[in-house]
Each structure stands twice: as structure tokens, then as C-alpha cells.
Design a protein around this ligand. Sequence first.
Ligand code: ADP
Ligand code: MG
Length: 389
Amino acid sequence: MESRTFAKKNNMRLSNPFVITNDYVSAKYFCDREFETKVLMDNISNGRNSVLISPRRMGKSGLIGHVFAQDQIREKYRLFHVDLYSTSSLAEMVFLLGRAVTDSLKSDSRKGLEGFLSVVKSMRPGFKVDPVTGQFVFDLSMGEITRPKDSLDEIFAYLNNTDKPCVVAIDEFQQIAEYPEKNVIAQIRTHVQKCLNARFIFSGSKRRMMERLFNNPSEPFYLSCVSLFLNPIDRDRYRSFACGLFAEAGKTLDGSCFDDIYSRMEGHTWYVQRVLNEVFARTEQGGAAGVEMVPETISYIIRLESRAYEELFAGFSQTQKRLLIAIAREGKASGITSSAFVKKHALKTPSTVQSAARVLYEYETITKTGNQYSVTNRFFSLWLKERFG
Ligand SMILES: Nc1ncnc2c1ncn2[C@@H]1O[C@H](COP(=O)(O)OP(=O)(O)O)[C@@H](O)[C@H]1O
Ligand SMILES: [Mg+2]
């Protein structure tokens, strides 16, 4: 957050231009996505809600940040962004929504916050006055959210009555399907339909789940939104972006070096960024990054993470471990429950493979594209291959 505000306000340079944290920094460090940005902006200005789907770490949250940073959007709308990834109940979601609203009102006059306070009665205990500054602060603890459904109603009532229209981005939306409370999706759907003052962006990384929520006629979100799938950034555009950022720092990135990184990481944004970040760090000013640096740089990144991978791996069952290794070996594995696959990788039976795959998919340890499985984390996949392959 800090670095974002700083970079935007002062137009300052980051010491390493390849951002690998979750926060959107500024247009300068953000590659392409022109088409997707335009689609989302058009949806907003034409009163449509959007659904944004991609595997994790492809750039959904970054894209939302980028759309929210556009002048036409910032000036016209109140913007709220919540990421539900770590939530597991309606109370936690309400907590984050409340926090997003108060964060965005913070820079405003006291009147804005008081307006919110007068609507969200159920969360009032969370508002405290800072003894030093005399300002309101939202210091709610989870235990204080005792009536989450009422709080949700109140937050939507607030969103429907703000001075400017709102855009609300709900990131990793599929998480709601895991909440123990019944009918949360239906409640949100009703609110969204009634809330004419706000446009919504629902983003999610579990494609099948998102499609079920939004495209299934028996599910309440059917046909209410326009869907957008986020693919890897175009290779040529990414290359000129990366080479440009090297050049600006007085360094050279060989096109062949970039291409090798892009193809090893299959264009998956965060992984490409992570390697570029490391290659940039290893290149002296005036120096050039060549293709020969790539394997050693990737090995180094994997070494840094190897303890974490070891612990992660230790937590899986025998069959899950074997299946992970098998998928990592193949890179992209299809027909994992076929007897040929089971035999080739010394797995037990197709049905044990199937249930292991279900669990690994639930945890997002493996990803499914079409009928092919791969290990979601590309570095973890390489570690598995190196270690057991
Ligand atoms: N267009 C882009 N240009 C450069 N870096 C990006 C771009 N989109 C995302 N990133 C970076 O890639 C990483 C993953 O992006 P993120 O938006 O968090 O993915 P997601 O929300 O899909 O999981 C972040 O570190 C982010 O800064
Ligand atoms: Mg995200």
C-alpha cells in the first residue's frame, strides 16, 4: 500500500521495476492489458457487471487496480476493492467490506464517514475515536460482528446511496461458496440487482466454480454479468515492456533471454515477473542479461523456496504425493485416471487417483485446463521434477 501511494504521488522509480507483490503500483510498471482494461471500463460506464476469470497469479487483482487508477474511473466513481481469498464466513466478508468502505472514505471529509456510520448501525461499536487525532477509526474486531446478515444489508444500503456512483470489485468471489452460511450467494445477488448505484466486478480463479455461479441457469447470477477471461500477456508486448524497463535503468535485456523466461514460465504473469525481477537484480548497470542466466536464476528462486515446498509436500498423502510427482514429470498431464497413466507412474488405482486429484484441485495445488492437469505453482512443479523426476 505504502509503496503504491508513494510511487503514484511522486512518480518515483522503484528500485526494481518488476513488481512481485500483490499491489498495483502504477501504469508504468503494468504491462499491456489494454483490451481488458477497455472492456471493464466499458462495462462500468454502460451499467454492466463483470466477471473476471483466470488462474491465480495471472493478473486479475492487478487489472482491477489498473482500471481503478484510470482518471475517468477515479473521478466519476467511488471505488471499493475486497479480496475474499482468505475469508471463510460471511462475518469475515462483511468485515472486509466494511474495512474497504472506511479505507476509501478515510481521505474524505469527516462527513463521509459519519454518513456511513449512520447507516451501518450493526457495526457501530467498531468505530472509535482516535484519542490523539480526534478522527474516527474503524477498529472493529471480528467478534463484534454479531449480525453479519444485517451488516451486509446495511453496507448495500449505504452503497446504494453514496454521493457518486460506486464500483465494487469482489476479488476471489468463489470463496463465498465455501461459507457455512446458507444462501449467501442468493442474498448478494438480490442486493446486486437492487443496487442501481453500483457496478460490480466479480473475479475468481476457480474457473469451473465461477462458471457454475454465473452461467448456470439454476444459479442466481445467471446472465447478469459479462464474462472476461484473462490469458497470459502477449509475448511481444511483454518483451518490449521488459526490455524498456531494463533500458530505463541503464541495463540491457536480450530478447532471447526474455523469450526463454516467457516460454519456461508459459507466460504466467507472476512467474515471469519473479524471474525478471531476479534477472534485473543480477544485472549490473551498463550490463546485459543474456539467455545463459535463465536456468541458474530459476534454480536460485527454487532454492529460496525449497524449505516451504518441503513442508507443503510433507502434508500430502502418499497417493497425492505420487500424483503430484507424476503431473510435475509430465508438465501437462492428461488422462490421469487412465490405466496407462496409473501404470506408468506406479499409482494405485484410477479411483484413488481420482480422489487424490479432487483434493489437490480443491487446494488449487493442481490446475485443470481443458482436460490437462498441471501443478499450479510453476516453481513447485520444477522443484518436484528436480527432486523426484
Ligand atoms: N499486466 C501486468 N504487468 C506487470 N505485472 C503484472 C501485471 N498483472 C499482474 N502483474 C503482477 O503479477 C502478479 C500476479 O498478479 P495478480 O493481479 O495478483 O494475480 P491474480 O489476482 O490473478 O492472482 C503480481 O505481482 C502483479 O504485480
Ligand atoms: Mg488476486
